[in-house]
Design a protein around this ligand. Sequence first.
Ligand SMILES: [Fe+2]
Length: 183
Amino acid sequence: MGQVRESGPAFQHLALMVRDIEASHRFYTEALGFEQCASIDRPGVDFRFYRGAPDRHHDFALVQTPDPSAFPAADTKWNMLDNRVGINHIAICYPTREEFLTRLRVLKEQGVEFRQRGNHGMTHSVYVSDPDGNGIEVLYELPEEVWVNDVHGALNYWQDMPLDGDEALTDPTDYPVFSGSAQ
Ligand SMILES: [Fe+2]
């Protein structure tokens, strides 16, 4: 999030209501690498702001829900095609392949389960769950020339990648270039 585009509307930030703000804080800082940059100064309110780099004011916020007992966590394991409405997943982009590879290792060190992983045509992505079961896609973008001439083709491409073991920490670069008719 927070990437500036040349024109048109863009998602700018996200605010998540959470069951346990300390657990979510640890996940988003220690596993995903964000820093807390501010909080709301109001008694009885736990509303914290986070960013991935200091050249942005904030990328997202976590908000402690007042009564988490109203939202018991029956199953916090996310699946792409779960029967639900609302957010399917939230994508977090790392700026380079090297940072993506580092993030894969850190996620595993933190005990975060890879729910799904693959070459997605225009990104290499791994999907995990946050502590409340929200789907989080961790990715880096492939070069623009890979997908710019055929976004439909790139979005329909999927190659499964290993979820566990040493192979889960590798990232092949022999990805296809899409040049279909959607121009
Ligand atoms: Fe996605």
